[in-house]
Write a protein that binds this ligand. Structure first.
Ligand code: UDP
Length: 249
């Protein structure tokens, strides 16, 4: 489609056969603003190591990566893989930080944001806290993420009533990506971003790791300690490391 090249012409490489954009937060937010302007529905994948492993066995998830306008390095594992490939200057661009920075953008420009996902009440709590953090930020609607896939189109129509520009979907990988690929156009939003547990973090129900733990690149271990059900994701890490080492530089 014409008009898309200008926003996707950002540099990228591949990790485990999947695209990863070589971007920082500034370029990511600039892309969000340009996509809103361009008006075609496009999505951004926030790539973590577990998701990239899942995509090896999940063609729909792999397709979501391949057709994304942008794939940001969400986790330290992906940043490590990029370093090995010769891109030492690329740091994390996480879903949590994208939500925060798009809310800041919205407070300056009025961009309309919808929060879809997490348990009942969580998205609204997250929205309330972000409105305090970025006064004037235009979060136009919220909805919880516990509904069967059969209701996807119904929920998408519900979202559309709020006329969002940017739709954040926090329902976990690969559910959030499936929803975005199937239903973003129905919602009328121009940008869809899967952001995992971000609403839990902003609602205050899940604490972000302290600065020191983050500086030591151990946020994943902190989250695991607080939420042992995440062990399923951590179990995928050795396979990620094996595949990256096999892939070479
Ligand atoms: N979630 C949801 N609907 C579901 C399953 C999960 O909205 O059917 C939410 C869950 O409450 C949590 C988020 O999705 O807020 C998943 O967070 P997690 O940190 O596990 O995401 P991931 O690690 O997969 O990015």
């Amino acid at each position: 489609m014409t008009g898309q090249a200008s926003v996707t012409d950002l540099p990228s490489t591949t990790v485990l056969g999947l695209p990863v954009s070589l971007v920082d937060m500034g370029a990511t937010i600039e892309t969000v603003a340009r996509l809103v302007e361009a008006g075609q529905p496009r999505w951004i994948v926030t790539a973590d190591a577990a998701g990239m492993v899942q995509a090896q066995d999940d063609p729909a998830l792999a397709e979501a990566y391949r057709t994304a306008a942008l794939v940001t390095p969400d986790s330290q594992g992906v940043v490590w893989a990029l370093r090995r490939k010769g891109y030492p200057g690329i740091g994390r661009v996480s879903g949590v930080d994208i939500v925060d920075q798009v809310c800041r953008l919205s407070s300056e420009t009025g961009v309309r944001i919808f929060f879809l996902g997490a348990a009942p009440g969580v998205a609204e709590e997250a929205a309330e806290r972000l409105r305090l953090r970025h006064p004037g930020c235009n979060i136009v609607g919220t909805r919880h993420g516990y509904f069967p896939a059969d209701d996807d189109a119904l929920v998408a129509n519900e979202v559309a009533a709020s006329r969002p520009d940017v739709l954040f979907v926090a329902m976990g990988i690969p559910r959030q990506e499936t929803f975005i690929v199937r239903c973003l156009a129905l919602t009328g939003a121009k940008v869809g971003v899967g952001v995992g547990g971000s609403f839990d973090v902003f609602s205050g129900r899940v604490k972000r790791a302290p600065g020191l733990v983050r500086a030591l690149k151990l946020e994943w271990l902190w989250r695991l300690a607080l939420n042992p059900s995440k062990i399923g994701k951590v179990r995928l890490l050795p396979r990620f490391v094996r595949l990256v080492l096999k892939e070479g530089r």
